[in-house]
Structure formats: structure tokens, C-alpha cells
Write a protein that binds this ligand. Sequence first.
Ligand SMILES: *[C@@H]1O[C@H](CO)[C@@H](O)[C@H](O)[C@H]1NC(C)=O
Length: 316
Amino acid sequence: MFIFSITGALALAAPAFAALGRPILFSDGLSPHVDASFWAHLNPTQSTVSQWDWGYTPQQTCFNNANSNGVSPYDFEIFAVKYTDCGNAWVFCRHHNAALSQIDMIDLFGRLPVHERQWVRHVIAVPGGGSAYMSNADVVFQGPVGTPSVFQHEVGHAVDFYKNSVRSSGTSKFLNAIQQDSCVPDNYANSNEVEDYTQVGVLSMYEIVTPGGLDTLNANWRCFINQKHALDDFQRDNMTPGGSCTRRWADDVKVKMGPAVPRQKRAPIEEASGLPVPGPSYVAPHVHKNLVFNATEQLKAKERQAAWQKGDAATA
Ligand SMILES: *[C@@H]1O[C@H](CO)[C@@H](O)[C@H](O)[C@H]1NC(C)=O
């Protein structure tokens, strides 16, 4: 029966969250302040990839997100990524014209701590103007948004919605913290408490991985300290790099890409059984501005992946 609740989930309207109207710390967004450190200090996780043959059934969610993005499900690459820190692979879907390459997706997702990644079901990339969203524990990247801060932000939504029994950003503890503080991180955070929580999460991640912590931002970051403390209480235990996965979602149900797929085609990978199915959630796409990309790291990721694929475990 859960099949119906999953397919129905996309039809849910976005909840109407109120704009916060708070003073902001950074007027140019977070990427110019955090991504150079993330590129340097969020280390990639070793992985190997296996491609699904074309026509094999992608997950229902890839099909749904293709349709909602106005692109054809036939044009997707489906691939399973097995990171060394989790027994089950993650199934990714990528439209062949997406700005993010397969390696961009694998590298950026793999840089995040596994205890955050384990709240995400599928990773999806489609063409677009530079935005991203989270829906039903899937993270969807539209266009050129290949930076660690964007991945942390979208994966952070899944942690917010699913890690605790209620959405952490909607608790009175977090809402009161917003009122006690004199700022939110940036304009994006001012959209509503959901975006604010997740932007605070990006800065909390910065603190965790950056030598010298938030003081190296050269900004009055203590203006959001109550929000940061609240977020840390809710999820900092899942934001520390290292360890291995302690939970996973079941993969979404498999469907054919469409009627052109031959009848005899079958999905190549058996699903692990007994894993939970995420309840519905939806955070609307938001444009990410002023992103700091890193061509050097992109190139290194390509070389790393090629070595790992050949079984050269020594390359890091
Ligand atoms: C790119 O990543 C390297 C770490 O490999 C870092 O030292 C450098 O500052 C980054 N460049 C940019 C533009 O973020």
C-alpha cells in the first residue's frame, strides 16, 4: 500500500511557511564564505559505480521528477554508487543533459558525513537554471549547483524532516531560537524556518570541518548562536564525518522508463528488504546564487573515481 502514498506524495502542495523578516549576516549568500573550506576539508568517500543498462526500470521517483521537470524519463542514466562506509548502494538518476556529471554527483554526495547521507533515498540531477529541492527524502539538483554547500543544504533538509520524530525546524525550540537571535545567515534563510534551519546547518558543518571554526568567517556569527545551539542539539551527532551508515531507506519502487522499454527487461539489482519507506515531504526549489565552484577538485574527483573503479584503493 505504501506505493500509493509515495506516488501521491508529489501531489501534496508545498506547506505555506512564513518569511522570517530578520536581519541577515551575509548579503551574498553562504557559498563565497564556506565552500573553499568545504572543498578542502570535506573529504571524498571512496566509492565504485555500476551503471544500469538503458531501459531498465528507474525508480518511480526518477520517473516522477523527470515529469515534474519537463524532461523525458527515457533520457536518464541510472547508476548505483557503493560507498565504502555503507553496505547498501545508493541509486542515482541523472538526465544526460544535467549540468552535474555523474562524478560531480558521486563526489559531492560522498563528501557529506555518512550519518547525514543515510537520511537520503535517491540523488537526482536534471537540467535547470541553478536550483535544487528535496522531496520525499530525495535530493534533486537542477542545473549548475555542484558545490558542497548546496549538497549540504539539500541533504540537510532530509536530516531536518526525518532524523527526529518531528521536523526539527518546526519545533518551538528552534522557532524561539530565531526570535532570541539578532540575525539569520542570509536572505535564503529568511525565506522561512525550514530554509533558515538548513542554512544554519551549512554553517554548523563549516564549524565542524574548518580549523579555527566559525571565527574564521570574520563575521559576527554569534548573532545566530541560539539557532546554532538548537540545530546542534537536534542533529550535530549526525554531522560528524566518519563511521558507517546505521540506517537506510528502502529504494523507491521500480517502474519502466516507458512503453518503449522491452517487456523482458528487468531491473538489475535486488533491493535490500525490510528497510523503512520515507513519509512524504517537499521543500520547493530555490535558486542558489554566487556559487563557488572548484575545477581543480572536479578534476581530482575524476581521477580518483577512475582509480577506485579499477580497484586501486590506495588512491585518495
Ligand atoms: C579548491 O579546492 C582546494 C582544495 O583542494 C582549495 O585549496 C582551494 O581553495 C579551492 N578553490 C576554490 C576556488 O574554492
